[in-house]
Design a protein around this ligand. Structure first.
Ligand code: FAD
Ligand code: UDP
Length: 394
């Protein structure tokens, strides 16, 4: 009899297993796929650590989590600085002085701020003409306080934050491809905060700590699971009762709706399809991430994996080939890999009903991105697992 049966060898499961073993507990991990590390899984091909389920960049403000992961990997100095390609024009992301200089030729922060302000004002006054004028105004355009404007959809939200030029070239096409719907039909909260920086700073994240584990995520998770029994290619749900009988407590990190046999209906996800190609050249795009922000290009972005580790192998040699992945966003349908939970009201309500069922089950804890139906980043899932362990193992 094990103390813990852990279903899923992703980050939530691996961290829980590591903590439990460290506390002297006996642990069995079972995993449906034929590999560990869940969606952070990296596989070495041509000397390059390929992020098999999409680009994963570790970033956190949580010192405890940052200190914890240092036990299992050395993190390099990778900083995410995606480039946007709009019909062959290249722009720096997130929106900063490099972007504004390229877009408008402005040189100083004052010039950029003035230009954005003017664009925002024109756009909001344009919405007023379309009948979206905020209540309580007397129609006096010059004195209208644009900060009182409330966006009705993502398009209005984006334009009222950064103006039409940036919206048209860097937001509209990308967002519509990613979500498969026009921006006028998307809720504004998706881009509540579009960082606008009046500095020359291409760092996409505002995190205190950032990097990629040298040697890939799989190696990091391997280290977490060192000395722990892991069975791969095992579907817990196919033999639930048998597996339940092996342990006192089950930690389940698979989809919560699947656990209950979809008895209340299916939760929805967004899916992504990856098309990966090895190229017989050293450098394809000169950056790990390039977003294609026009609507004509069918993919949302291209990842060139070698640049997560600066194009070098572990001995510091240049790698002669390169591997790229094109990402296509798609509506999730049954049988697809569930990637992003759709946290809209309908799905959130359904999740709450599943959660009530889960809370009534004893000896089982639901955790992680699928178990809690929550769009966790890696650092958040690690923090959640550490917390879960300290609560369960009182
Ligand atoms: P998972 O990694 O999904 O692990 C769950 C595991 O359970 C899986 O291996 C699954 O096979 C297994 N399982 C499910 N059902 C069963 C069953 N019945 N029996 C046995 N095993 C089962 N985060 C960042 O911080 N930075 C990023 O840049 C970033 N980029 C991302 C890009 C993409 C495309 C995606 C999808 C996610 C990204 N994330 C990123 C989020 C990150 O992947 C997650 O936070 C993290 O992987 C979640 O870990 P988890 O253990 O909860 O889930
Ligand atoms: N976005 C955009 N253009 C870009 C990158 C992002 O318009 O080049 C918008 C888009 O609406 C997207 C949101 O910003 O849904 C968040 O994107 P990000 O890549 O930061 O987050 P993720 O999709 O990984 O959750």
């Amino acid at each position: 009899m094990y103390d813990y049966l852990i279903v899923g060898a992703g980050l939530f499961g691996a961290v829980f297993a590591e903590r439990a073993k460290k506390a002297g507990k006996s642990v069995l991990v079972i995993e449906k796929r034929n590999h560990i590390a869940g969606n952070t899984y990296t596989e070495k091909c041509e000397g390059i650590n390929v992020h098999k389920y999409g680009a994963h960049i570790f970033h956190t403000n949580n010192k405890q989590v940052w200190d914890y992961v240092q036990n299992f990997a050395v993190f390099n100095r990778y900083t995410n600085s995606p480039v946007a390609n709009y019909k062959g024009e290249l722009y720096s992301l997130p929106f900063n002085m490099y972007t504004f200089n390229k877009m408008w030729g402005v040189v100083t922060p004052e010039e950029a701020a003035e230009r954005i302000e003017q664009d925002r004002r024109d756009a909001i006054l344009g919405f007023m003409n379309d009948g979206a004028l905020a209540e309580g105004t007397d129609g006096d355009r010059d004195s209208f306080d644009i900060s009182t404007f409330t966006a009705q959809n993502l398009e209005q939200q984006a334009i009222s934050l950064v103006g039409k030029d940036i919206y048209e070239k860097l937001i509209k096409g990308y967002t519509e491809k990613q979500w498969g719907r026009p921006c006028t039909e998307l809720p504004s909260f998706i881009i509540k905060r579009l960082p606008v920086r009046l500095t020359f700073d291409n760092n996409y994240f505002n995190a205190l700590f950032q990097g990629i584990p040298v040697g890939g995520y799989t190696r990091m998770v391997e280290k977490m699971l060192e000395g722990i029994e892991v069975r791969l290619g095992v579907d817990y749900l196919a033999n639930k009762q048998e597996y339940d009988s092996l342990a006192d407590t089950v930690i389940y990190t698979g989809p919560i709706d699947a656990y209950f046999d979809f008895s209340l209906g299916h939760l929805q996800y967004r899916s992504v399809r990856f098309e990966t190609e090895t190229l017989d050249k050293e450098n394809f795009q000169g950056n790990a991430v390039v977003n294609y922000t026009d609507k004509e290009t069918p993919w949302t972005r291209i990842i060139e994996h070698k640049w997560f580790e600066f194009g070098k192998d572990e001995e510091g040699n240049n790698i002669p080939k390169t591997i790229i992945s094109r990402e296509y966003s798609s509506e999730w349908k049954e049988g697809d890999e569930p990637y992003y939970p759709v946290n809209d009201e309908k799905n959130q309500t359904l999740y709450q009903r599943y959660k009530e069922l889960a809370d009534s089950c004893s000896q089982i804890v639901f955790g992680g991105r699928l178990g809690e139906y929550k769009y966790y980043d890696m650092d958040q899932v690690i923090a959640a697992s550490l917390k879960c362990f300290s609560e369960v193992n009182k």
